[in-house]
Design a protein around this ligand. Structure first.
Ligand SMILES: [Ca+2]
Ligand SMILES: [Ca+2]
Ligand SMILES: [Ca+2]
Ligand SMILES: [Ca+2]
Length: 401
């Protein structure tokens, strides 16, 4: 091996390198037989290898300066919100990619067997699976990964597809070489089905779903749901969740209206720990379909052509505020994973204080890195970003053939 490298050294410099590298490198890395590494101009490198005592010569490759290596997920390059440096997800990953934070997705259910979701599902520790009994006495038999309050059973499988997509935006399993990654690459997704196959639910199913999520320890609750009816029962459930220290994230809704004049719920509820989220496109401006209102919308987040998990183990693109809210929920999971000691108010304040100036119609724009810097010390941030770049460089180098 070593002998082969030695024999090749001179040839590599003179013949192979220009062909292997698309542009002739200005400087070359020379690995000397005595272990020294030096950087030389091509002429000097050629002279050194002619003298012998050179193990090999290669281009002095450059590596990206900041952030972590992109995850291995096949469709990652399609996930524009995660590539957008303004949204800051990849920088935040230098601190944490998520963890054992329980996030409830109140929606149409989820594809529980999806290869990009099944490893990130919450598991009810007090329920024995598949024994036909309601072991924890919460009214749902075998509610292992969440509950279905529409059909009143313990299986929140998705018969629509909406909830599967939303769940994947929050926390599809990252770095597993499959599909996409969520904003949080790891989390515990509690699937609470409050919307039927027609993607609608009622004040009753929403209130019950919120109560279930809180009773089972969800720290973050995503509701990509909207409607004009102001239900007191739903509002009381949201208020109780907020009072209990859960963080609630609500989609602003897709009717293109000003919520300050025409409120929709749950976005327009006034609970302390509720964030209303409008949807932006790639330009950072609100989508025409997104509801807006600077008195109501706390933060804007990407919601256009978002690829995520779909029914039957598939993937698909969707657009709307339903896709924007789970970006914020995922961000809150990351913050909670980085600082498990902080309460809901502190995490929420960090998310808003770290946000960028919003587009017209929203108070702020999501900046996960900005929020992360508010919850970790300056030295932890610097160490994470520095460590991330080193790890990233070595992984990229290994992958190079
Ligand atoms: Ca049960
Ligand atoms: Ca059981
Ligand atoms: Ca069911
Ligand atoms: Ca994945």
């Amino acid at each position: 091996m070593l002998r082969a490298a030695l024999a090749c050294a001179a040839v590599l410099v003179c013949a192979l390198l220009p062909a292997a590298a698309s542009a002739a490198p200005r400087e070359l890395l020379v690995a000397h037989a005595d272990g020294r590494l030096t950087v030389e101009r091509p002429g000097a490198a050629r002279a050194a290898s002619a003298r012998g005592r050179v193990r090999f010569v290669e281009p002095n490759f450059r590596y990206r300066a900041a952030g972590v290596a992109p995850p291995s997920d096949e469709l990652f390059s399609e996930q524009w919100p995660l590539a957008d440096a303004r949204v800051g997800v990849q920088s935040a990953w230098a601190v944490t990619r998520g963890g054992a934070v329980t996030v409830a997705v109140i929606d149409t259910g989820a594809d529980l067997d999806h290869p990009d979701l099944r490893d990130n599902l919450w598991t009810n520790p007090r329920e024995v699976p598949g024994n036909g009994a309601d072991d924890d006495g919460n009214g749902f038999v075998d509610d292992v990964h969440g509950a279905d309050v529409v059909n009143r059973d313990g299986d929140p499988s998705d018969d629509n597809g909406h909830g599967t997509h939303v769940a994947g935006i929050v926390a599809a399993r990252g770095a597993n070489r499959v599909g996409v990654t969520g904003v949080a690459q790891r989390a515990r997704i509690m699937v609470v089905k409050a919307l039927g196959a027609d993607s609608t639910g009622t004040a009753l199913t929403m209130a019950e779903a919120v109560r279930y999520a809180v009773a089972n320890g969800a720290r973050v609750i995503n509701m990509s749901v909207s409607g004009p009816g102001r239900s007191l029962a739903f509002e009381e459930a949201v208020q109780a969740a907020s009072d209990a220290g859960a963080l609630l994230v609500a989609a602003a809704g897709n009717s293109g209206r000003d919520l300050d004049a025409d409120p929709e719920y749950p976005a327009s509820f006034t609970a302390r720990h509720l964030l209303a989220v409008a949807a932006t496109g790639r330009t950072g401006r609100l989508l025409g379909l997104s509801n807006r209102g600077e008195g109501t919308v706390d933060v804007a987040a990407p919601g256009q052509s978002v690829i995520s998990t779909a029914s039957d183990g598939d993937y698909e693109y969707r657009t709307g505020t339903s896709m924007a809210a789970p970006h914020v929920a995922g961000a809150l999971v990351l913050l909670a994973a980085a600082r498990p000691d902080l309460g809901a108010g502190e995490l929420q304040d960090a998310l808003l204080a770290g946000a960028r100036r919003g587009p017209a119609g929203a108070n702020a724009s999501l900046d996960v890195a900005g929020a992360m810097r508010r919850v970790v010390s300056a030295s932890r941030w610097r160490a994470a970003v520095r460590g991330g770049s080193v790890r990233g460089a070595s992984k990229r180098a290994k992958r190079r053939r």
